[in-house]
Structures are given as structure tokens and as C-alpha cells.
Design a protein around this ligand. Structure first.
Ligand code: WTA
Length: 594
């Protein structure tokens, strides 16, 4: 097994807190607030999911619709006039109260009904970060349909692979991204409607969001969905094949809500910023659903990344809780600590990270820059909500992902599904049955079943557990690439590469990168008549960017004469990776017999 070893804490290494900032924060009364979960061990011991059903305004045997939990009950209660959303666009700012969001999403549900969207239909959002995302997402759930999102950097091929596979009925998009849908529309026969938000005038062959919303009624009787009915669906990548549609049920809201409350420590009076895009699971579970369920105010920042813009946003909007990712933290670190001194971050109470390993250095720097430690959280698209995390009330071990959320059991297992003891490296696994666990993979039961072994859900990550129950990440057990925290399947990139006329074969790996965690690196053999050149490299990169995704192109390309392959002709990515990392190639005999 060749795995990327990240610069995280080594086993047995002592936590280094040279400036004792963390000591001060944790031990000497610097924790100025009582967290929603004041004692982890106590909470873990006595925890029962059912004790929290009533906080969702739900009881077993009753229908459960996430839109009720996230918006309707607030709109009909004391939170009605509380701000649900602060949208910060390039030159605009807009605020929506819970009541406004409720009424707008009612309107949108009526628009969906008008166009024949029924319970269970897949409706996609392929759009930048604008308030319509919230309106449409909740409207889709109210109509009983299944909401699915696409990252705005996707090209036509990536759109087709997802919307086509899911037999999506409608895509909600904007004037800029619409062309990428049009380019593959004939290849998606189930797609009936393209709805465009924010176009100056109605575009031919599309439905206008503004026009329909103006005409629609703001009264809607929500579909009485059951807890196990599908709610949202998200495509995610593995080692092989095209991305798979992970399906989540309405019941997921229980865990999204509880973790928002106990991990993010959210309260209704918070102003919360999640920097993740709604195209990824973090943007759905913790950018939309969990925090709305708590009744908090969400900041939606549309702009691009820059240290100044981000720091100004934290200061200007008096953010209290912030959820971001290691790549962003490392990019901020690169700008230096000095510029943080220009800003006032005194409103911040708790800060969090997800998506890739959070190196101890980032926690140390975070303490210097914000006076607060980043709390790492581990989970996956498939888990639907946070699973192993650090909590404000619990001592952080720098470099550790933390401990399982109450109600969950995690372990390290060997390849046969046998549980391993402390300090033994193995596969990260969880006991199935948590509320937010994916319910199936769209039209691929075999893939779904492949996650489970010997009574465990296997995550595809390598990790170990220390004797006190803290979990430590080692790397992926498969070929999945995490670049800037975004999950990319090598197969998708390879498929896009070989569509280029010069490319004969391609093998793609994740190469460790000090800022992005990993970058995508491709090894390519060329067809006869083509010669390696920098110009060709550039052309191939652009080709993948345009066709597949702007974030998933190979930043590095090596032209090679041949690629290592199994006897059946499968490219051995692990050999490419071992060579790239200067690691021993290891036993290849099994692969050669593939
Ligand atoms: C990785 C993102 C180390 C891991 C919510 C996992 C992490 C995959 C962490 C899921 C973390 C996520 N430390 N690695 N705190 N969080 N990962 O589906 O490999 O985009 O299996 O979900 O990201 O990525 P996904």
C-alpha cells in the first residue's frame, strides 16, 4: 500500500505548543464560554439519538421534512423575523429573515409543481453562491423532490456524468453556467427543464426564475415526506469509474443539527460563516441545513479568496463561528501573521476545519493569528454529517481528528474486518446505522454494499487510534485525490485526458503539496506523431479544465514512454505514486495477476 504521509503529528511525538497559547486558551480560564456540550465523556456515555427528536419538532411515526426543521418551524415561531441569511456579493448585500426564506421557498416549490416536478424527482443546482441556492434547495425539499448540487467549476462532461446518471429532471443554473449545460443537453434525455437565475431577460429554451417567482403563490403545503425518503443526493468520486450518486434521507438532519449544536457550538445568536461551496457536502450539511436547523444567521460570501477579503469579512460581519478548510488556512498562513494585526477578530468564539488533514502547524499558527485553535472535524460525503471531531470542551491533540461524536462507534480494523488495538495502523471504520449515513448509491447497490465489511462501514481512509481514544489520520487507502480539500477521482481525470487527440494513455495520482494538500499529477503517453512539449502540456491542461472541471486539471504532467500496468492492462497508479514519492514500489505480484 502506497499512501501519502501527511505532515501530521508522528506517533509518540509530544504535542508542541511552544508559545503555550493553547495551554492558556484551554486551561487558564480562556475558554470564556460554556459550550453547548460542556463535557464530552458525559455526553458520550448517556447519549441516545431519540432523546433529541423533539428538538427537531418531530416524533417517530410522523412525517419528517428537512425544510420544516430548517426553515418552516422558525418562520412560524419566535425566530420569524430573525436574519437567516446575509448574502455578501461583489457589490451587493442582501438579508433574508427566516420568514422571508420560508415564503420564497414556498414560491419556488410552487414553481416546481407547475413544471411537473414530483416527489423523488432529481433537481440539480449548478449555480454560484447566491441566495437563490437556499430558496431553491428548500423549495425542492418542500416539493418532496431530491436536491442535488454541482460545483461551479465543473465543465460540460462533469455535468453530464452526474445529471445524466441521475436522470435529473431540472437544472437550476445562471446565465454564465448555462452554456455548459446546453453543450451536453442532448446527452441527458431525462432533463426536461433548465431554469435560469439572474438573467437580464428570459433565455430561449429556459424558465426564468425571476418571472416565475413573481407570479407564484407564497402558500404551499409541504410534501409529507418520511424520515427515510431521499432528501439530497451528491456525486462523489472513488478510485474507479465515474462519480457515484450518494443518497441521503431526511433523517440526516438529526445528526446535522446535533453536530451543528455540539461541535460547531452554534446558537441562534451566532453569525456563522462556512466557507465551503454548496457543490460539496460541507456546503449542504453545514452551509445550509444544520445551521438553519439551529436557527442561526448564516453568512453567504460569494467572493473569491484573498487574505484581506476574508479577514475583512470576519471583522465586518462580526463572525462568531467559522468553518473552513486546511488549504484555506495554509493560504492565509502564507500571507503572514502581520496582516492579521490590522483586523479585529474579537467576536470569533470557535473555529473549525474539514476535508483534509489539519497539520499541527496550522493549529499553532491559528492560535497566533486568531487567538483560537482550529478544531479539526472528520467526515465524508457518504457519512452525511460529522463523525470524528474535536469539541470546544475537549483538549485538542494537535494533528488528531478527535473522537467520535456521541452516539457513534468508530474503530480501526484490518483488511479482514478484525478490530485492531491502540497504536495499530489500519482502516478507519464505523458501526453502521447513524442517522446521516447514506441510504444507498443511485442505481448501484453493489457499490453501496462494498463499503460494509464484518459489521463495519469502511471509510477508505487509513488511520490509528491512541490509547485515549483520539483518532489520527494517515492517508487514503485508495487512489482518491484530495486537492484543496476537494475530492477528485483519478478515473475522471484520466478519461478526460485520453479524449485529447494527442493522448494515448494516462495515469493520474495525487502528489503531496505543502499548500493544497495534494495536486493532481498526470503521467501521459502520447499517440504516434505527437512530441512532448510545454505547449502541448498547456493545451492538455486547458482541455481538461474546460471539459471536466477547472479545479480537477493536472497541475503537473510528465510525458513518459510507457505506463506500469497489470497483466490485464490496468494502469498501476500506486507504482506511479511510489516512484513519484521515491518510495519502494512494494509487492506488485498480486496486481500483475489481476
Ligand atoms: C478526507 C468531506 C483528514 C478523508 C467532508 C475522507 C479528512 C475524505 C478530514 C472525504 C480530516 C475529510 N482529516 N482527512 N479532518 N476530513 N478528510 O467526501 O480522506 O469530500 O475520506 O467529504 O476527505 O471527503 P468528502
Amino acid at each position: 500500500m502506497i499512501i501519502t504521509v501527511y505532515p501530521i503529528q508522528k506517533k509518540g511525538e509530544k504535542m508542541v505548543d511552544a508559545n503555550h497559547k493553547y495551554d492558556v486558551y484551554m486551561k487558564k480560564g480562556k475558554l470564556k464560554f460554556t459550550p453547548n456540550m460542556p463535557d464530552y465523556d458525559k455526553a458520550y456515555k448517556g447519549f441516545k439519538w431519540e432523546d433529541h427528536y423533539k428538538e427537531l419538532d418531530w416524533a417517530p411515526g410522523k412525517p419528517l421534512n428537512v425544510a420544516h426543521v430548517a426553515v418552516e418551524r422558525h418562520a412560524l415561531g419566535p425566530n420569524a423575523n430573525k436574519t437567516a441569511l446575509i448574502y455578501v456579493g461583489e457589490n451587493t448585500e442582501q438579508r433574508l429573515t427566516y420568514k422571508e426564506l420560508h415564503l420564497l421557498s414556498n414560491k419556488f416549490a410552487n414553481v416546481l409543481k407547475k413544471y411537473g416536478i414530483k416527489k423523488g424527482d432529481r433537481v440539480f443546482l449548478f449555480i454560484s453562491r447566491v441566495p437563490a441556492v437556499y430558496v431553491a434547495f428548500l423549495g425542492i425539499l418542500k416539493a418532496g423532490a431530491v436536491a442535488s448540487t454541482l460545483f461551479g467549476a465543473f465543465g460540460p462532461q462533469a455535468v453530464k456524468d452526474r445529471v445524466g446518471d441521475a436522470e435529473g429532471i431540472m437544472v437550476i443554473t445562471n446565465a454564465t453556467l448555462k452554456d455548459r449545460v446546453d453543450a451536453v443537453r442532448p446527452e441527458m434525455p431525462a432533463l426536461k427543464h433548465v431554469l435560469v437565475v439572474g438573467a437580464k431577460e428570459q433565455m430561449p429554451g429556459t424558465i426564468s426564475y425571476e418571472k416565475e417567482m413573481e407570479a407564484a403563490s407564497n402558500k404551499f403545503t409541504m410534501e409529507q415526506t418520511q424520515p427515510e425518503d431521499p432528501c439530497f443526493m451528491l456525486y462523489t468520486s472513488g478510485t474507479t469509474g465515474h462519480p457515484k450518486g450518494v443518497i441521503h434521507a431526511h433523517m440526516a438532519i438529526l445528526q446535522e443539527y446535533m453536530t451543528s449544536k455540539w461541535v460547531l457550538d452554534l446558537r441562534p445568536e451566532d453569525i456563522y460563516w462556512c466557507t465551503a461551496d454548496h457543490g460539496w457536502v460541507t456546503g449542504i450539511a453545514y452551509g445550509i441545513l444544520g445551521p438553519l436547523a439551529v436557527g442561526t444567521t448564516i453568512l453567504l460570501y460569494e467572493g473569491r479568496f484573498s487574505a484581506d477579503a476574508w479577514y475583512s469579512t470576519l471583522q465586518k460581519y462580526k463572525i462568531t463561528v467559522w468553518y473552513t478548510a486546511p488549504t484555506a488556512i495554509r493560504m492565509l498562513m502564507k500571507e503572514g501573521k502581520d496582516i492579521t494585526k490590522k483586523y479585529d477578530f474579537s467576536t470569533l468564539r470557535s473555529i473549525y476545519s474539514v476535508g483534509e488533514p489539519l497539520n499541527p502547524e496550522a493549529i499553532r499558527e491559528g492560535l497566533d493569528m486568531f487567538g483560537l485553535p482550529f478544531h479539526d472535524t472528520w467526515w465524508q460525503t457518504e457519512t452525511g454529517a460529522m463523525m470524528i471531531t474535536n469539541y470546544p470542551c475537549m483538549d485538542i491533540r494537535f494533528g488528531s481528528m478527535g473522537k467520535p461524536f456521541p452516539g457513534l462507534a468508530a474503530g480501526i480494523i484490518d483488511d479482514n474486518g478484525k478490530e485492531l488495538g491502540p497504536n495499530e495502523e489500519g482502516n478507519l471504520a464505523l458501526r453502521p446505522g447513524w442517522p446521516a449515513m447514506m441510504r444507498t448509491i443511485w442505481k448501484n447497490k453493489e457499490k453501496y454494499d462494498s463499503y460494509f465489511k464484518n459489521g463495519w462501514y469502511t471509510a477508505g481512509d487509513k488511520a490509528w487510534k491512541d490509547k485515549d481514544g483520539y483518532f489520527w489520520f494517515i492517508g487514503r487507502a485508495d487512489d482518491v485525490i484530495k486537492t484543496s480539500g476537494e475530492r477528485v477521482g483519478p478515473f475522471e481525470v484520466e478519461s478526460a485526458l485520453i479524449d485529447h487527440p494527442a493522448v494515448a494513455e494516462a495515469g493520474v495520482i495525487g502528489k503531496p503539496d505543502p499548500v493544497r494538500g495534494e495536486i493532481i499529477k498526470a503521467f501521459i503517453t502520447l499517440k504516434k506523431g505527437f512530441a512532448p512539449s510545454d505547449k502541448l502540456k498547456e493545451e492538455i491542461q486547458q482541455f481538461v479544465k474546460k471539459r471536466m472541471a477547472a479545479h480537477a486539471f493536472p497541475r503537473e504532467i510528465d510525458f513518459v514512454d510507457s505506463l506500469p500496468k497489470t497483466r490485464s492492462g490496468k494502469i498501476m497508479r500506486r507504482v506511479l505514486k511510489a516512484k513519484e514519492l521515491g518510495q519502494p514500489i512494494g509487492d506488485t505480484s498480486t496486481l500483475e495477476n489481476d
